[in-house]
Structures are given as structure tokens and as C-alpha cells.
Design a protein around this ligand. Structure first.
Ligand code: 13P
Length: 255
């Protein structure tokens, strides 16, 4: 992290976990535990938990995010949620292009780009996820994969809008597997993302973007990962569902 240049952000991605009553209980435990955080703290929760989550975090330093959004303002898109719906509720962030959506729900770089632009246009802050598969890493094409995702996912996103965009580097092989990227591997790719952004935009803009690491980040490995210059925070799955673990990661990012 380099807090002189950019914001450190720890975000929980709850995925398909927690009913509204469970969400309330978890946030009631998280809120007091992270109240002195010296970083931004976000909980990205299932749509049905948003209302309860916004209520439970009102007036606190915990921000709320959704886990996806559609690009159209409204229309015949059964099961989808628009940016306007999220914005009106008071949601601030939205995860876009998570590898689970790419893997199981046909998300492509084109739809990630559409969702990202719609989120920005509505005044939401997208957390855009990129990351390579294990066999892509083994074939030594990690940089090609990441560069392609960054270019396509952020196509037509202005430098001004990039300031409200967070990038999450999540190597797919590290998600939910207990296999964390080493701090060096995380730093290498996060630095590469920043270089790519510097080429697409400019160095000043690239230096100001928060780039998170995600993939089996937990209370035991967060400090080391976050000690790296280009790792500006974390997108946390499993460990964000346990208040003490999540709070410990926030503490590591607050140092
Ligand atoms: P885990 O922390 O459970 O590996 O999940 C990471 C992730 O996918 C966050 O978006």
C-alpha cells in the first residue's frame, strides 16, 4: 500500500451467503470492530441484504456495495438489477466481472465493460475484477490475460471515471482454494496492472487507482500482502463472513 498516493480499501464480498437477519447480525459485529479503521471498509452483499445492510451501517464508516448490476436503465431483463435501483437505495460500490460470474454465468469482457460504464454513469463505484486461470499462469500468459481484461473491461472509461473505479486482481486459482498468491506474485501483477493503466491513461491517474488483491486473503496473510507497494487493499470472500477475521484484515490495512 502507498497511502500517500491512493486509498487503501478492504472490501468483503459475501457472495451467496447470509440471509437478511444473518447479515444484520454480522454487520452488528463488524461495525464496532472496524470503527477506528484507517482505510475504507466495504461490505458487498447479496441484493436482498442491501436494505438491512444500509440500515445497520448508517452513520458508520462501513460502506455498502452490491455484487453486480445490469447496464440497462430498466426493461425486460428478468432477474437483473439496475444501477438506478442500487443508487436510490444508497449503495455506493458494486463488484463487476467477478470470476464466478465469468465462470458460471457467461459474463464476458464486453458485458463487464457495459456494466462498468453503467455503474459509473449512475455514480456508483465499480470494483472491476480481473485475474488469470491456473492454466493461463502455467502457460506463462498471465500478463497477456490481465492486459486484455484491463483494456476490454475499461474500454471507453475516461480518466475522470477511472478515479472512481477500483480494480481487484483475483487470480482464479487462489479463490476459495486456500491457495493464496505469494505477496511477490500479487505485487508483480498489481504493479503490471498499474503499468498498463499508465500506458492507457497516464502515470498520475494510474498511481491514484486502488488495486486490491483477492483470493484466500485472511487474517494470517493480509499484513504481508498489504506490505507490497502496489497492493492497496483486499477483496475478501470467506474471511469476510467472520467478523473477527474481517476486522483483523482491516486492522492490517490500517497500519
Ligand atoms: P476467498 O477469499 O474466499 O478466496 O474469495 C475471494 C474472492 O473471490 C473475493 O471476491
Amino acid at each position: 500500500m502507498d497511502k500517500t498516493k491512493r486509498k487503501a480499501i478492504i472490501a468483503g464480498n459475501w457472495k451467496m451467503n447470509k440471509t437478511p437477519s444473518e447479515a444484520k447480525e454480522l454487520l452488528n459485529a463488524i461495525v464496532p470492530a472496524v470503527k477506528d479503521a484507517d482505510c475504507e471498509v466495504i461490505a458487498c452483499v447479496p441484493y436482498v441484504d442491501l436494505s438491512v445492510a444500509l440500515e445497520a451501517t448508517k452513520g458508520t464508516n462501513v460502506k455498502i456495495g452490491a455484487e453486480n448490476c445490469h447496464w440497462a436503465e430498466s426493461g425486460a431483463f428478468t432477474g437483473e438489477i439496475s444501477t438506478g435501483m442500487l443508487k436510490e437505495m444508497g449503495v455506493e460500490y458494486v463488484v463487476i466481472g467477478h470470476s464466478e460470474r465469468r465462470q458460471y454465468f457467461g459474463e464476458t469482457d464486453e458485458t463487464v465493460n457495459k456494466r462498468t460504464k453503467a455503474a459509473l454513469a449512475a455514480g456508483l463505484k465499480p470494483i472491476v475484477c480481473v485475474g488469470e486461470l491456473l492454466w493461463e499462469r502455467e502457460c506463462d500468459i498471465t500478463e497477456e490475460v490481465i492486459s486484455r481484461q484491463i483494456k476490454l473491461d475499461l474500454f471507453d472509461v475516461s480518466a475522470e471515471d477511472l478515479k472512481n473505479t477500483v480494480i481487484a486482481y483475483e487470480p482464479v486459482w487462489a479463490i476459495g482454494t486456500g491457495k493464496t498468491a505469494t505477496a511477490e506474485q500479487a505485487e508483480e501483477v498489481c504493479a503490471f496492472i498499474r503499468e498498463t493503466l499508465a500506458k492507457l491513461y497516464n502515470k498520475e491517474v494510474a498511481d491514484a487507482v486502488t488495486i486490491q488483491y483477492g483470493g484466500s486473503m485472511n487474517d494470517g496473510n493480509a499484513e504481508e500482502l498489504l506490505s507490497k507497494t502496489n497492493v492497496d487493499g483486499g477483496l475478501i470472500g470467506g474471511a469476510s463472513l467472520v467478523a473477527e477475521k474481517f476486522a483483523a484484515i482491516v486492522k492490517a490495512a490500517s497500519k
